[in-house]
Design a protein around this ligand. Structure first.
Ligand SMILES: Nc1ncnc2c1ncn2[C@@H]1O[C@H](COP(=O)(O)OP(=O)(O)OP(=O)(O)O)[C@@H](O)[C@H]1O
Ligand SMILES: [Mg+2]
Length: 265
């Protein structure tokens, strides 16, 4: 059952159970999470200082990186999917989808073509054929029109040029994949305020109206307090505190290890 007022049904969106999860690089332990569940609320936040291990944890949850020890199980309805036994693309097909903190791709695709590619299952075909396929284009058209209209790209038949456009396109690509569980690594970093507000409005609308839950990693704490139903606080590779925005805001450890530091910066 969901503890969140607005969630439709967590049975449909699923919960990630992270158990004794350790990630080491060389001899250095960067993630060491004992036992937590992510996804019991519509919109959750993962916060913590630089280098806390947030991106690494997202990478582990989506199998962009492999665990050194432990396990991560995605429970959804009657299914129990061992994340470590899948790859990134298989997980995306299971509607467990992630965005990236640093956007590296899209260099050779136009904005529209990136959306077409996200909307097709034919990823193993020689993909240049896709963009001239009338059926493939038409299948994506409604979504393309919606996102172009909503975010107002200057030149959709061109490439995403600015960091902000690339970021938006990465989020749109995730949403086109119809995620049930969406993990967003700093989705509004580098976006102008109006676009950032649009992203957040859209996420709130989708989580309220569709079977979708979201985990947001962000340093923008005003945003985190405003939109999250539940927050996980991470430092030194561990999840130290979990709670509602009010509980986290008022927590001494969070203030000492993170918020105080941020406000002094
Ligand atoms: N591929 C890697 N090889 C070695 N060390 C790594 C690698 N990736 C991350 N680290 C280290 O793991 C630690 C956690 O990094 P991570 O990127 O997960 O932090 P973060 O919480 O996302 O920080 P930020 O808020 O700055 O994005 C850091 O000390 C980082 O240097
Ligand atoms: Mg990070």
């Amino acid at each position: 059952m969901s503890a969140c007022n607005t969630c439709k049904d967590t049975e449909k969106t699923g919960v990630l159970h992270i158990k004794k999860a350790v990630k080491r690089f060389g001899g250095k332990t960067v993630v060491n999470v004992e036992d937590i569940r992510i996804g019991t609320h519509c919109i959750e936040g993962l916060i913590g200082p630089n280098g806390a291990g947030k991106s690494t944890l997202i990478n582990l949850m989506t199998q962009k990186l492999s665990l050194t020890e432990g396990e991560i199980i995605y429970y959804r309805g009657d299914e129990a999917i061992n994340v470590s036994s899948k790859n990134l693309n298989t997980l995306a097909k299971l509607n467990l989808v992630r965005s990236n903190q640093i956007i590296q791709d899209f260099a050779s695709l136009t904005i529209v073509d990136s959306m077409i590619l996200a909307n097709t299952d034919l990823r193993h075909e020689k993909f240049y054929k896709l963009f001239n396929d009338k059926e493939v284009r038409e299948a994506a058209q409604e979504k393309i029109d919606f996102y172009l209209d909503y975010f107002h790209f200057d030149f959709p038949e061109g490439h995403a040029l600015s960091a902000g456009e690339k970021k938006l396109l990465d989020i749109i690509r995730c949403l086109i994949l119809n995620p049930k569980f969406l993990l967003l690594d700093e989705p509004t970093a580098g976006l102008p305020q109006d676009q950032s507000d649009k992203v957040i409005d859209l996420l709130q609308k989708k989580t309220a109206e569709e079977d979708m839950c979201v985990l947001i990693v962000e340093h923008n704490l005003d945003l985190i307090w405003r939109v999250c139903d539940y927050i996980h606080f991470m430092a030194d590779g561990q999840i130290l505190i979990q709670g509602t925005p009010d509980e986290i805001k008022g927590n001494e450890t969070v203030n000492k290890k993170y918020i105080g530091e941020e406000s002094n910066a």
